[in-house]
Each structure stands twice: as C-alpha cells, then as structure tokens.
Design a protein around this ligand. Structure first.
Ligand code: CU
Length: 158
C-alpha cells in the first residue's frame, strides 16, 4: 500500500546505478595491495651518495611509485638504467597483480646529500610514496658494498 509505482522505480534505478559502479571498477580489485620486499642499501664507498634496491609486489590494482624520501638524505631520486645509462625518472608504474623491481644493473634509488654515511649493519628508514596506496615506510638494512642477492630468489615462495 505504501509502495507506489514511484517508489518501485526508484529502487530499480538505484540498483541499476550500483551495477554500473561495480562494472567500471575493473577485474582485479578496487585498490592496489603493495608489499615491499628484499630492500637493501649497499654500503657506499663515499659519504656523498648511496643506492637503494627493493621489490614492490602488488596483488591488487595498478599504482604508481611517485616519490621516495629518507631522513638520512636531503633528496632521494628514482633512476632507471637503459643500455648501461642511468636516467632519472619522475615516477615508476606498479602494474596490477605484478611487480616493480629495483635491482642492481636496473632501476635504483639514489640517496643524495647524505647527512651521514650508511654503514653495514645500519638500518635506514625510507618512505615510499605511492599515488594510491599512500606512504609505505620501509627499513632498509645496509649490506656489504658487494652484496647482491640472487635475482628473484624471494619470488620462489609465491
Ligand atoms: Cu642512478
């Protein structure tokens, strides 16, 4: 008795909208789910600058690594390496259900204007700023200058 035709069509309209919203969100989930693994900083030869390596594992929607900061460095820049030449990049894409690799010979962080020289055994706190996931704080252990983990060894577990 209280539900006239107008109320009924309002319900139909509302559920139609809900379907539209759902359909536009894509197949791999609404939000990225980023995890940072295998982070390290090789002890630098000088106190001027240091490099950083890590792996971003994403089990959700695509994201972007837009900047990085650390309390030991005045500035942290993002670099790619192509044909042995490194290039500064403004950001890096994190693919949906995929990985973004920062490893020796490829992408790397550069910690510049160091406030102190990182030494083997130290931990350096680093903040990775993602466009969608926000800021992820990671403790980067400082390893020996020559440390180089077997590429993708950490992937074996998943
Ligand atoms: Cu570089």
């Amino acid at each position: 008795m209280r539900r006239g035709p107008a109320a009924l069509s309002a319900i139909v309209l509302a559920s139609g909208l809900a379907l539209t919203a759902c359909g536009s969100s894509g197949g791999s989930g609404d939000a990225p789910e980023v995890k940072v693994q295998g982070a390290f900083i090789p002890e630098p030869a000088s106190g001027d600058m240091a490099a950083g390596f890590f792996l971003v594992h994403n089990s959700g929607a695509a994201d972007t690594l837009s900047s990085v900061s650390s309390d030991i460095a005045g500035q942290v820049t993002l670099h790619s390496t192509e044909d042995g030449v490194m290039k500064e990049q403004k950001s890096f894409a994190v693919p949906a259900d995929g990985e973004l690799d920062f490893e020796r010979g490829g992408n790397h962080l550069m910690f510049e204007n160091l406030k102190r020289k990182p030494r083997e055994g130290d931990k350096v706190s680093v903040k990775l700023h993602f466009a969608k996931s926000g800021t992820v704080s990671v403790s980067f252990p400082v390893k020996a200058a020559t440390y180089n983990p077997t590429s993708h060894a950490s992937h074996a577990s998943h």
